[in-house]
Design a protein around this ligand. Structure first.
Ligand SMILES: *Cc1c(COP(=O)(O)O)cnc(C)c1O
Length: 467
């Protein structure tokens, strides 16, 4: 712990100098959403996804690895569905040449609904049931076994049916954690994969491959937000060295594909997308040159770095008040769309942009204020003591860089409805066009999901009268 990554930063910069195209597109979209009536008094919150930006990030990812891999090397970029579990996003990424990394039956169902074919799908969940494994093997999707017990289950299934699924083992190189414990997957005691530095573990892994000619992949995901790039590269280097050792000791190139996971951190401090995929791919090609020489196919599993910068949650200021001398804007975005930030604000600060009632960037001197959410929870703050142009009633506050792990990850506190999500892009004349990604949740849906069909269920249960 404590090895902070200076590319992600702890604090949030308030400096919007160096405006990017993405920032300009976002401003246009907020204004157009107000003008076109998607946002207003009766629809006080929505999520926006910048389709142009998502396509650009996917293209940057492909180009970064193309630039360092030997020609003809198979490379699958499997988007980590948990980052943005929305079917239209998966379909868009599919169109951009990406696959899907799934970690639950729900995520697999989303990938299938988006039309991601089995050969572009990778299953990584830590707690796969026999039924999930059977389905995955029947579909032929790639599976990474998390541990010895799971491998034993796969043994049984492989005996009873032939499967075309590429199968690997997930290892934990135990290279250490980053600045955020919850996203550090390669600590000594991480719950993920086979811990490699545990006594006898390496031998066990080699033996597992020796006994199973169908084990052809090796997988590690060394961490997410807060992990320094150098530590990620070290994790990949360990996986590469292990694959070389296994193939060398077996005397055959049995491992033909390395899955290096995701985890490229996101810069939450400004509009710049740093570090870039190109930087990471270059670093890997220097640290682990053999990885790209064409002997191994590659799988990557990036999530947040593909989507975070392209999502914005915009919320109307319902009331503006003062508490203890500090202005507070009470908005419609809080813990239900930004659970991480509200509960762990030190690790997950978000930039906030202020817009006026017409959706135009708000001008004015910075005023230190709180940006609060709608929940009955004292800590329901998107930002505390933040210097911004003063937010007034009817204005809009936008939480930036929220395209991954935020508004797509609704938290049902106070039975607050899931907001609608719209994708946007300019048309030929430069006007912003929106497309519905997800409808806002309706009240009857909230009631139905909250046991509405079973209203009397508990009243039918009564312990016998003992008197
Ligand atoms: C979460 C996860 C990812 C994606 O991580 P990001 O930080 O969003 O890039 C990739 N692989 C596995 C196994 C994961 O659990």
């Amino acid at each position: 712990m404590g090895e902070g990554d200076d590319t992600t930063g702890d604090g949030v910069g308030y400096d919007n100098g160096g405006r990017t195209d993405g920032a300009a597109r976002r401003d246009d979209a907020v204004r157009a959403a107000v003008e076109q009536g998607l946002l207003g008094p009766d629809t006080p919150i929505l999520g926006l996804l910048d389709v142009t930006g998502i396509r650009e990030s996917a293209a940057e990812l492909r180009a970064a690895f193309d630039a360092v891999t030997a020609p003809g090397t198979p490379v699958l970029h499997a988007f980590a569905v948990k980052a943005t579990p929305l079917v239209p996003v998966l379909r868009l990424l599919r169109e951009e040449g990406l696959g899907a990394e799934v970690a639950s039956p729900g995520e697999l169902a989303l990938a299938r609904a988006a039309g991601v074919p089995p050969r572009l799908t990778v299953l990584d969940s830590p707690a796969k049931t026999p039924a999930e494994l059977r389905e995955a093997l029947a579909l032929g999707i790639a599976v990474n076994a998390d541990n010895a017990q799971e491998l034993a289950r796969i043994d049984g299934l492989m005996r009873s049916a032939h499967s075309g699924s590429p199968i690997g083992i997930r290892v934990n190189p135990q290279v250490g954690g980053g600045s955020i414990g919850a996203t550090s997957t390669a600590t000594a005691t991480s719950k993920f994969g086979v811990a490699l530095r545990y006594e006898g573990a390496r031998e066990w892994v080699v033996q597992a491959y020796r006994e199973r000619p169908w084990l052809t992949r090796l997988h590690a995901h060394t961490g997410s937000q807060g992990i320094p790039l150098s530590l990620m590269a070290q994790g990949v280097a360990e996986v590469f060295a292990l694959a070389e050792e296994i193939n060398g000791r077996l005397g055959r190139p049995q491992i033909d594909t390395l899955d290096i996971g995701g985890g490229l951190p996101v810069n939450f401090g400004s509009d710049e997308s740093t570090p870039t995929y190109a930087q990471y791919a270059r670093l890997l090609s220097e640290a682990v040159p053999g990885l790209f020489d064409g002997r191994y196919g590659l799988v990557t599993e990036f999530g947040r770095s593909l989507l975070a910068k392209h999502g914005t949650v915009v919320a109307r200021v319902e009331y503006a008040k003062k508490a203890g001398g500090r202005p507070v804007a009470v908005t419609h975005a809080g813990v239900q769309v930004a659970a991480r930030t509200v509960y762990v604000p030190g690790s997950w600060p978000l930039r906030i942009a202020a817009y006026d009632a017409k959706g135009r960037p708000k001008e004015g001197p910075p005023v230190v204020q709180d940006v609060a959410g709608p929940a009955c929870l004292a800590g329901d703050l998107l930002a505390e003591a933040r210097a911004l142009p003063l937010l007034e009633q009817g204005d809009y506050a936008a939480a930036l860089d929220t395209g991954a792990y935020y508004f797509a990850h609704h938290y049902a506190y106070n039975s607050l409805a899931r907001p609608g999500i719209h994708g946007f892009a300019p048309d030929a004349s430069g006007e912003v066009v929106f497309a519905t990604v997800r409808e806002a949740q309706r009240l009857d849906e909230i009631v139905a999901e909250s046991g509405g069909a079973h209203a009397g269920a508990l009243t039918t249960l009564r312990a016998p009268d003992r008197r």
